[in-house]
Every structure is written in structure tokens, then in C-alpha cells.
Design a protein around this ligand. Structure first.
Ligand code: ATP
Ligand code: MN
Length: 291
């Protein structure tokens, strides 16, 4: 892989604060479609279930998830479903076709997730207040939060997959790929120039933090390399910096990143990285120098 890493330019924006959008988890169009089960939806569901791929994975999708996908098709965000690129604990990621290009579709499993791992991120996030324990509502709020986090990160000048649409437990976003192959994660590539890569990651962490967010699961597994750029992914769990665990999450993110780059031969520590990110006055000058 190349040693050059291009830093995307932030949009000129008003300083983002700690505001958040209220997350609406009321009955969705997808739930209504699933209940109504009209002929068109039934045919759609049958068609998608009959494809080889879904015979294998049928259990993954419940009725309302098919309806969510159906809604995304109706709204023109998806034309045809592609193959899975990842099956995780809480979500599966697929590709889909729309017009002449592919998009990534992250489908959260409502029944499979037990939220044990989500709890530490949910509790204390004002965006989740009053949502309670209802799994459907929690997952829906989570997906909306991921969408909002991606938007906010993007606005702050962090290269992330462009968020396209969200419907119930399904998120559609830009597919980071080259010739149809998903971009490789940092742990999967050889980094020729770790210094520049580290500087870019550090800058993105600062921008995210200055935009009021902490990633919360940042490591070489959630950064992909594509076209000379580093792209930060998987922002579902990102919390605002006023979350009671934000400090711990940031510390852990710094630790993961510094450890990774230390293994690439760099003399960096999580503590230094943490202090650098926290010290937003001290670094303004140096980042201006770099620009
Ligand atoms: P995990 O639990 O494994 O951390 P997750 O289920 O929360 O992951 P992601 O990390 O968002 O899901 O995605 C899983 C994998 O799918 C990623 O490691 C990446 O390889 C791939 N992936 C996810 N989103 C995209 C995207 N927009 N473009 C390309 N690849 C993607
Ligand atoms: Mn991930």
C-alpha cells in the first residue's frame, strides 16, 4: 500500500456543540408495511427469500426487516441486494446495487442482540433517555444514532462512509470498495509510512472530539484504507463527550491506536495521544502549521 495519506478537508461549519437530534422510535413505515402485508410486499419478500443467498440466511431477517428493505427499495436507495461482507455480533453488512454503483447496507438483528455490549454506551446518552428496554426501540435508536454520528463526523471533516438512508434497523451508506472488493482494514494491509497514517488518524480523532464525539470502538479494525485515504467506520457506539464513559472510551481508543502504531515501529503511547486530543488549545497552532 502507498505511504501517502490524503487528509480530507473539513466543511466550513459553525462549531458543532453537544446538541443532539431527538431520536424518534415510534411505529415506522416498515412496521406498518410488515403488518399490512399487501400483495406487493408479499411478492417482494418471496422474491428476495427465493434467491440462493437468502435461503442460507433466511433466519437473519424478520418480517419487518424485509419491510424495511422493501421501503428502501421503494424510496430508490436500493435496487438489488448483494452478498454479505460481514457478519458481526449485532449486525450484518451487505452490499446492494443502486443505479450503477454499490452501497453498503448494515442490518441490525433485533432478536439476536442482547444489548449487554450496548448498555455501557446507551446508559447516560441523552439521546436514549426514555427509550426503555424495548429491543426494537433500542435498536432503532442505535441505528439512527449511527446515522447521526456519521453525519456529524462527516461535517467535522472526518472521512467516514457517506450515510445515505436509515429505515428501522437498516442503515444504507457509501460502500468503501475498489472494483467491488471491500476496502481493507488497517490490520489487513501493510503500512509503508506509519507516521503519516498516524497523523491522519490523530487528526480525525481530534476533529471528532472537537465535534463533540468519541468513537468508542476505534482500532485498526474500524479504519479502512481506500484510494489513498483512511476511512473511519462503525460509528454506532460513538457517544458525545459528555457521556459518563466518554473519558474511558477515549482513553481506550487512544490506547488501541497508539498500540497499533507502536507495533508499526512508532514511538507513541496512548497517554500522549489522549493528552494531545484533549489539549485543543495547544494543538491549534501545530495543525495550522501542517495545513
Ligand atoms: P464489529 O462488531 O465486527 O466491530 P460491526 O458489526 O459493528 O462490526 P462494522 O464494523 O460497521 O460492523 O462493519 C463490519 C465490517 O464490514 C467492517 O470491518 C468492514 O470490513 C465492513 N464494512 C462496514 N461498513 C463498510 C462500508 N461502508 N464500506 C466498506 N466496508 C464496510
Ligand atoms: Mn467494526
Amino acid at each position: 500500500m502507498t505511504g501517502e495519506f490524503e487528509l480530507v478537508e473539513p466543511e466550513a461549519v459553525d462549531t458543532p456543540g453537544d446538541e443532539w437530534e431527538a431520536i424518534d422510535v415510534e411505529d415506522t413505515e416498515a412496521d406498518r408495511i410488515a403488518r399490512r402485508r399487501d400483495r406487493e410486499f408479499s411478492e417482494f419478500r418471496k422474491r428476495i427469500k427465493d434467491t440462493e443467498r437468502f435461503k442460507l440466511e433466511e433466519s437473519v431477517f424478520d418480517e419487518a426487516t424485509y419491510a424495511a428493505i422493501y421501503k428502501l427499495v421503494q424510496d430508490g436507495h436500493i435496487d438489488a441486494f448483494g452478498g454479505p461482507i460481514s457478519t458481526g455480533k449485532e449486525a450484518n453488512v451487505y452490499t446492494a446495487l443502486v443505479d450503477d454503483h454499490e452501497v453498503a447496507v448494515k442490518v441490525y438483528r433485533i432478536n439476536a442482540s442482547d444489548f449487554k455490549d450496548m448498555r455501557g454506551y446507551l446508559d447516560g446518552d441523552p439521546r436514549f433517555e426514555g427509550i426503555g428496554q424495548d429491543k426494537r426501540k433500542v435498536v432503532m435508536a442505535w441505528v439512527r444514532k449511527e446515522f447521526a454520528n456519521l453525519k456529524r463526523a462527516q461535517k467535522a471533516g472526518v472521512r467516514v462512509p457517506n450515510p445515505i438512508a436509515v429505515e428501522r434497523n437498516v442503515l444504507v451508506m457509501e460502500y468503501i470498495a475498489t472494483d467491488g472488493d471491500r476496502a481493507k482494514r488497517l490490520n489487513e494491509v501493510h503500512i509503508e509510512n506509519p507516521e503519516t497514517a498516524y497523523e491522519v488518524v490523530r487528526e480525525y480523532m481530534c476533529r471528532l472530539y472537537d465535534a463533540g464525539l468519541v468513537h468508542g470502538d476505534l482500532s485498526e479494525y474500524n479504519i479502512v484504507f481506500h484510494d489513498g485515504q483512511l476511512v473511519v467506520i462503525d460509528l454506532g457506539q460513538a457517544v458525545t463527550k459528555h457521556h459518563p464513559n466518554a473519558g474511558d472510551f477515549l482513553e481506550r481508543d487512544c490506547e488501541n491506536i497508539a498500540d497499533f502504531f507502536a507495533r508499526q515501529g512508532m514511538d507513541v503511547t496512548g497517554e500522549d495521544l489522549y493528552d494531545y486530543i484533549k489539549d485543543d488549545d495547544g494543538r491549534t497552532e501545530s495543525s495550522e502549521d501542517a495545513a
